[in-house]
Design a protein around this ligand. Sequence first.
Ligand code: H91
Length: 684
Amino acid sequence: MPVERTEQRGAEELHKYYEIYETIGSGGFAKVKLGRHILTGEKVAIKIMNKKDLGDDLPRVKVEIEAMKNLSHQHICRLYQVIETSTHIFMVLEYCPGGELFDYIIAKDRLSEEETRVFFRQIVSAMAYVHSQGYAHRDLKPENLLIDEDQNLKLIDFGLCAKPKGGLGYELMTCCGSPAYAAPELIQGKAYIGSEADVWSMGVLLFALLCGYLPFDDENCMALYRKITRGRYENPRWLSPGSVLLLNQMMQVDPKRRLTVRQLLDHPWVMKEYNSPVEWYSRQPLGYVDEDCITEMAVNMKRSRESTTALVNKWQYDHTTATYLLLLSKKRRGKPVRLRPEAAFSEDSGSPLQQRLQAKEALHFSEDEDAVIMGSLDFGQEYIDDCGWTSVPQYSPRGVRGQPDGADRKDILSMSPAVEKKCAYSPTPERGRTATPPHRHERKATNKEQASKNKENIAVPQKDVNIFLLPPPPTPASSRKNERPNKATLTTPNMNVSKPRAGTPKGGGSASKEHNQKKATENKDSANIEILTFSPERRSRSLDMAVQEDSGKKKRGGKVFGSLERGLDKMINMLTPNKKRALRDGPRKIKAQYNVTLTSQTNPDQVLNQILSILPEKNIDYTQKGYTVKCQTWGDFGKMTMAFELEVCLLQRPEVVGVRRQRLKGDAWVYKHLVEDILSTSSI
Ligand code: H91
């Protein structure tokens, strides 16, 4: 089959069965998008990799796919489908709306021992299972643990995992993983046992949960390695004697003296208040075939149950596997085991357009209003992405769309002396925790949540999801800030198109600073709101991006904008009155979530201005779209070291302005310090 044909088929395959929405994150060479499986209506995460960009990392992806096909566990993110074309690999994965455990920790500053125990038991459960299957994960860290809708953890990123041929007892040589979580034997380049190294990382992770920072940390990588090799860290005063003991038993420099995962299963600290060992066996074993799901699929496919079972049993990780696993997931969550009848499996179920029309209809039946918006966007505003497939447009500050970059993987590669990624950007010399602990807000779990919660969670029925709260009262630095003229009335969020960065290799240089300052001034006069007559809003982000992206290529006011406006009007008309208002008039109204920092202010424009004015000072490049600011930092040789988004939004209870933050790329801890720095200096 000619190459283009294979490519076309793969892309069609994806669009035939899935609705593709916005990018929800990126990891290494991958972009992760939110998707919806049309037949089941279930949300999925789609990891998209361009083979060309993967280069030498292609084998890693193969390793991850093979491992994920072999692992099925309640605390491991499930792989549903793999689509490979001549240029791309798409992995369809279980969607975890709670995001990374890392963000959860930093939002809460640190977790209580009780809450840590709930999560840690799940980590032990996942790791005991991984090891029982002969794998070592080798990249355990809070960024690789996602939170699902029931607040259960799911382990991801098996790209660095190993399955020694002779079993886990066999030594490994490849040095990998993130430096801060790497075991001493790994750092020293010795042969090591994968499961022992994983226990060390679990110790570092446990420390991060209980303390909100890392046990071994240093700007300088060599100094960091020295600290790890010595294995000495400080136990903060709030740790209980039991926690101190457990951490010590896990972070033993001599791997033979370290606890094993098996010993962790019934360790007194782990068992406290549970009085039962961790349940580590899979509740969803591989190969299990559920009769109800088979019946529903058989009816939908107009096949016999026998032939449907045979098809499912092939476990090809194609659309059949995906449909079966997603149906099973619905069943487990107490949802009806039903497929949409009209979008059946048949090959002749219509053109991609018809498919999407069907999907759009389906989304209207959904209780999820976002889906309606996204569905209409996808329908009206799609265009060809650089992958060669249509998608909701994404913005790129440098005008290059969908360019997965490689820099991010630098923190999880071999520990050659060149590993410096972590140290690439540091806004402040001091890397300690914030002095002011955030206020805590309780979030009551709904009945539905309670009903479907993992058994491991029973001991803590109500988790307090809380919010990074107001920055402390003006410090000398923030007072200084307050001397600045109040810019509240100056800026109206606009459709600013960020100019390409000045050709300096270091974005942090003065050219970039100047550029940002200039941009901040431009923002103030809102002169360039010529594209559309309303203030953009986050819900229309994808559309904003379409406008922006196209504006780089076509003249404003031309045909494209006319059609975009029409599309937008169409979309607005489909919204509820409340949504229409929000779309036209201002920032998105959201509920408090743990990745939202509350401010003490009620004027979103003022908050936005404060953030925008602080960014140039911190040498952060940014692109502003409405109330969303996409920030980037650059390291040596023009490499992007960090990307994240800050979105000014309105909260309902309490009625204040919040700042939603999302890391898109870069070291999680460096990001934490940087965002803390921005938000506290912004005196919001
Ligand atoms: N980090 C290591 O940002 C930086 C929501 C979200 C929701 C997801 C489901 C699966 C995956 C990511 C999800 C996700 C990478 C997933 C699974 C595997 C994998 C990768 C991603 C980020 C990438 C985006 C992630 C979080 C981790 C969100 N993400 N928001 N569901 O290899 Cl197996 Cl890269």
